[in-house]
Design a protein around this ligand. Structure first.
Ligand code: GUN
Length: 286
């Protein structure tokens, strides 16, 4: 029997808690605010950004979407970030990836005030994650949302072998750090890993974040493993599918996230949760 992890349901619980927290903060004179900056017209990014804006507004937050032309220069973008760094109404700043070629993404990440870095991508915050710093700091929302989902289904990483496939800054690397901090034994695998599928088969917890549709099938999964599919891919018919072949994983995995309805809703719910935390930490010193 394979349990399907209901990301929508867990996200709903997170959003309810966030909404309650926003109400409390507003009563104390603080309305959490998020600014999302999008450069160019990438269609997938447009949809993500619209969804983030809708959710933030629905939860009672102050939400700004700053749409910039694809021709925006590095200097223009840095100047807009500086404005939001100085804006007391904005607690979280997110610059949507991917960015046009003329923009130096690492420098953009560095320009965001680490206290407003709602993505958790600034090296200061990445450093805190790696060192398992005891205080408050933002953590990349997709991996953090996955940890919330694991906890909601009583999957404790301690002592387990976790295999993360994909070494991106957005998902793979922070995921490996979070699982390490939660006492898993972690293998961070990637496109150059020798016999990737054999490595996958050793995982008690398998997180797949490659962007390759159906890379992992039931034959690559250890029976009873927890499988987290971060993929948002299109198959030959244009249908949204994951990095894991959901059909063949059925009956092999112990727990599995579907696509859609798994990791996706958790990412946005966690982004909202992080925005509220940034507001609380900066304005109320909590
Ligand atoms: N593009 C795809 N995922 C993300 C994300 O988590 N943050 C940002 N800033 N851009 C993205």
């Amino acid at each position: 029997m394979t349990t399907i992890i209901d990301g929508k349901q867990v996200a709903k619980q997170v959003n309810q808690a966030t909404q309650a927290e926003v109400s409390k903060l507003v009563e104390r004179g603080v309305q959490p605010g998020i600014a999302v900056i999008i450069v160019g017209e990438d269609p997938a990014s447009q949809i993500y950004v619209r969804n983030k804006n809708r959710k933030a507004t629905k939860l009672g937050m102050h939400s700004i979407v700053r749409q910039l032309p694809a021709t925006t220069t590095q200097a223009e973008l840095l100047s807009i970030i500086a404005d939001y760094n100085a804006d007391d109404k904005i607690h979280g700043i997110l610059v949507q990836s991917p960015l046009p070629k003329q923009i130096n993404e690492p420098l953009v990440t560095l320009a965001i005030d680490p206290n407003k870095d709602v993505d958790g991508f600034h090296p200061t915050n990445v450093g805190k994650l790696i060192t398992n710093y005891a205080g408050h700091y933002p953590i990349a929302n997709t991996p953090r949302g996955i940890m919330t989902m694991l906890a909601a289904y009583d999957v404790d990483p301690a002592g387990k072998h976790a295999v993360v496939i994909g070494r991106s800054t957005i998902v793979g690397k922070p995921m490996a750090a979070l699982l390490t901090n939660a006492n898993a034994t972690v293998t961070l695998a990637h496109s150059k890993t020798v016999d990737l599928k054999a490595v996958a088969r050793t995982a008690d917890i398998l997180v797949v974040a490659t962007g390759i549709a159906h890379l992992i099938t039931g034959a690559d999964i250890k029976p009873g493993a927890t499988v987290i599919d971060v993929g948002m891919d299109r198959d030959a018919n244009g249908k949204l599918v994951g990095d894991v072949d959901f059909e063949s994983a059925q009956g092999v995995a112990g727990l599995i996230t579907p696509v859609p309805g798994g990791v996706g809703p958790m990412t946005i719910a966690t982004l909202m949760q992080t925005t509220v935390e940034l507001a609380k930490w900066s304005d109320l010193g909590e």
